[in-house]
Design a protein around this ligand. Structure first.
Ligand SMILES: C[S@@+](CC[C@H](N)C(=O)[O-])C[C@H]1O[C@@H](n2cnc3c(N)ncnc32)[C@H](O)[C@@H]1O
Ligand SMILES: [Zn+2]
Length: 368
């Protein structure tokens, strides 16, 4: 047994993850989640930590946000004993309601009840979404983790089709496609209850996707098919049977979420909340939120290294490409999804021209 400190809480955790799961790596995710609830500033929220393990999230929500009640559920009896013990030790047992049930059975006993539901499963959240949609209030919030990134992103098309009923294939924008697929799947589940989602925050790490959504009874179901050229990597929501760049036939994929991925006002508030000294991972968390704030809301992105490689050209600096695009009147930004890519309202042809200019410059410098 060991004690770990996170945010404003101290948790007793077994030495073996097999007994009760606690992942120190996810402190970053918990910090962002606590800051998210703080940023929303909802008073007396009724919160659900559906898959609570040792209760790290639930107890932090109880101690560090304005939550009135936090329901902490886990199917493991061992886990629930840890939640109880940890709640008491942190003086949060007056706010925490523990439950030892299968997640769907738990959700089924609450209809339109929760102001905020957090789902942080091993693997895919898909198995819980239909019950979740019934347990969420209209005008509530949702945070969802998925660790089956390869399936969601279409890197494993067969698993994606079986698990999500969505046709995907591996694309150059696979991380963004994965996030859009996850939001799309939630859009469809909540849609069955006549509810709509709007993304407030979406971020990716090496191991998981995490999205934060607002749920409303009014909104738009922004699901769309997209078109992918496997010859040159071009992706677009525009309906094109042939690739605009290389004229190869495209594959029609999706449907996935086609709307925005962030609410920048909420991101700024989270950034502000992360200034509090309790957030030990605030440096990394702030870096993530800042990168989202700087990212333009344009679907898909262009990998400059891959495009230059395909053209057998020297790779230009990303800043050079962005400066040249700006000179031609285009907007561009970096993206959280790839360090070697940019988002832009320019067409891939414009980028190819700039890569060509840079290549000539680099070659001429070498011959001088
Ligand atoms: C990834 S862990 C949760 C970690 C936790 N959210 C945190 O931040 O520390 C997933 C938890 O889900 C529980 N679990 C798995 N399947 C479940 C189910 N069908 N119903 C309820 N709990 C389940 C496991 O016992 C495990 O504790
Ligand atoms: Zn093409």
């Amino acid at each position: 047994m060991k004690t770990v400190k996170e945010g404003l809480v101290s948790l007793r955790i077994p030495d073996s993850k097999k007994e009760v799961f606690y992942n120190p790596e996810m402190e970053l995710s918990r910090d962002i989640s606590v800051a998210f609830l703080q940023a929303l500033g909802i008073k007396n929220a009724v919160v659900c930590d559906l898959l609570s393990a040792a209760g790290a999230r639930a107890i932090r929500y109880a101690k560090e946000t304005g939550a009135a009640k936090v329901y902490a559920n886990d199917v493991s009896e061992n886990a629930v004993n840890y939640i109880k013990e940890n709640s008491k030790a942190n003086g949060a047992d007056n706010k925490i309601v523990t439950s030892c049930s299968g997640a769907n059975a738990f959700l089924a006993s609450y209809k339109k009840y929760f102001d905020f539901i957090d789902i942080d499963p091993f693997g895919s959240p898909v198995y819980f979404l239909d019950e979740l949609a019934k347990a969420a209030k209209p005008n509530s919030y949702l945070a969802v983790t998925a660790t089956d990134c390869g399936a969601l992103a279409g890197v494993f098309p067969k698993t994606c089709a079986e698990r999500y009923g969505i046709k995907l294939e591996r694309t150059e924008c696979f991380k963004e496609v994965g996030v859009r697929n996850l939001i799309g799947v939630l859009t469809a589940s909540l849609g069955k209850q006549k509810l709509f989602v709007s993304p407030l925050l979406s971020h990716v790490t090496k191991h998981y996707f995490r999205i934060f959504l607002k749920i409303s009874d009014k909104g738009e179901k922004l699901l769309g098919n997209f078109y992918h050229c496997s010859n040159c990597g071009y992706c677009t929501f525009d309906r094109v049977a042939k690739c605009e760049v290389c004229k190869s036939p495209t594959s029609k994929l999706g449907p996935i979420w086609s709307g925005n991925l962030y609410d920048k006002d909420v991101c700024f508030k989270i950034l502000d909340a992360l200034k509090l000294p309790q957030f030990k991972k605030s440096g990394r968390a702030r870096k993530i939120i800042l990168s989202l704030i700087g990212e333009m809301e344009q679907p898909f992105y262009y990998d400059i290294h891959k495009i230059a490689g395909r053209l057998s050209n020297n790779t230009p600096g990303i800043e050079f490409v962005m400066d040249e695009l700006k000179k031609s009147g285009f907007i561009s930004s970096r993206t959280q999804f790839s360090d070697t890519s940019i988002k832009t309202d320019a067409k891939i042809g414009d980028i190819i021209s700039i890569i060509g200019i840079s290549d000539k410059l680099q070659r001429s410098k070498r011959t001088v």
